[in-house]
Design a protein. Sequence first.
Length: 74
Amino acid sequence: MGSKLKAAGMSEAQQEQLLDLIVANPDFFKKIQNEIEVKKKQGIPEQAAMMTVLREHQGELQKILGGMANPLQK
């Protein structure tokens, strides 16, 4: 995961923040992953599936990110 995030322009500190979020909220991120997979199997491109699922869970995601100082910002 680290090399993909680094290629996407995420610093090591940002990568650590993201990993901490995932570790602190594993059920939420597993649910997101499963829903994305379902949409991909329905023929929706991965990026579109991700955006749709994240939009559907935007409120919950904002609550999770709200506990961070400057969440995932460069």
